[in-house]
Design a protein around this ligand. Structure first.
Ligand code: PMP
Length: 285
């Protein structure tokens, strides 16, 4: 079965799904995106993703390309046409097509919309979680507006590649003060030896992850002790547990940071529990 993408009003086979070379997303990375988890063909936490999308767009002064209800229909249709049971849906909005010039187009153009979806292997994801992943730390070198979920991801791409080349799965950025900000495509967490779950505040230096936000609600309901503050790589090395969160991975245990085992080098009990309980606290549309 060939995959189907939605591109600017049309559902097309992937090989025919093309955009204009003067799309500002292509030339300037002038656009934003969202990735949502799909479970049983349903979108996980869609309203929260749409709220963040609207915020990202408004920060960049790009208009919402269509009403939310229409966008939801398109996203569902892409999921249906690709027969995605478990997987992800990707939604991208760029400023649109215009003759190349750094400043915004003088005559407003229509934002360009692309939606794709694909199946992931649930079994493989569970296996990865059962083993846990390795992380490396790298210097933070991104712009300060990482709160905008922009498609401009070059530092994230390079950090992830560095992780892969070092036999790790994710890279954690460390800011000029020596504090972990977040992963190249995930939020970063540790669990202290006295059972407190720690992650940096979403106010500064990180993307306000949707998984992060649902997990903080879950922890409150489950009465898991939670501290919102930054931590250093050293504190992470000495932590009882560590994990990352992202829509495509939910709660993914971290068992190694910069080559050092975390805890006993296997996924910790708190991380495993939060992974198991997560979807009780998420919404499905
Ligand atoms: N930080 C960054 C840099 C990311 O790319 C992601 C994944 N989109 C996250 C955090 C996690 O966000 P979410 O839980 O909304 O997927």
């Amino acid at each position: 079965m060939s995959r189907i993408a939605y591109v600017n009003g049309q559902y097309r086979e992937m090989r025919d799904a093309t955009v204009n070379i003067e799309d500002r997303g292509y030339q300037f990375a002038d656009g934003v995106y969202e990735v949502c988890e799909v479970r049983n063909g349903q979108i996980v936490d869609f309203p929260k993703h749409m709220k963040r999308l609207q915020r990202s767009l408004s920060e960049l002064r790009i208009a919402m390309p269509m009403p939310l209800a229409s966008l939801q229909i398109v996203v569902h249709e892409v999921i249906r046409r690709n027969r995605v049971g478990y997987g992800i849906v990707y939604l991208q909005v760029t400023r649109g097509v215009s003759r190349r010039d750094h400043a915004f187009p003088i005559k407003p153009v229509k934002p360009a919309v692309v939606v794709t979806a694909r199946n992931l292997s649930f079994t493989k994801n569970q296996e990865t979680a059962a083993h846990g992943i390795g992380v490396i730390t790298v210097p933070e070198n991104r712009w300060p507006r990482v709160d905008i979920k922009s498609v401009s991801l070059l530092p994230n791409v390079l950090a992830k590649q560095q992780a892969r080349e070092n036999g790790a799965y994710e890279a954690w950025f460390v800011d000029a003060e020596g504090l972990v900000t977040e992963g190249s495509s995930s939020n970063a967490w540790i669990v202290t030896k006295d059972g407190r779950v720690v992650t940096r505040s979403a106010e500064q230096g990180i993307l306000a992850g949707i998984t992060r936000s649902v997990l903080t609600d879950a922890m409150a309901a489950l009465q898991v002790k939670f501290e919102e503050r930054p931590f250093t790589p050293q504190e992470a090395y000495e932590a009882a547990e560590a994990f990352v969160t992202a829509s495509s991975q939910i709660v993914m245990p971290v068992v190694r940071i910069d080559g050092r085992n975390i805890g006993n080098g296997t996924p910790g009990a708190v991380s495993k529990r939060l992974r198991e309980e997560f979807h009780r606290f998420s919404s499905f549309s």
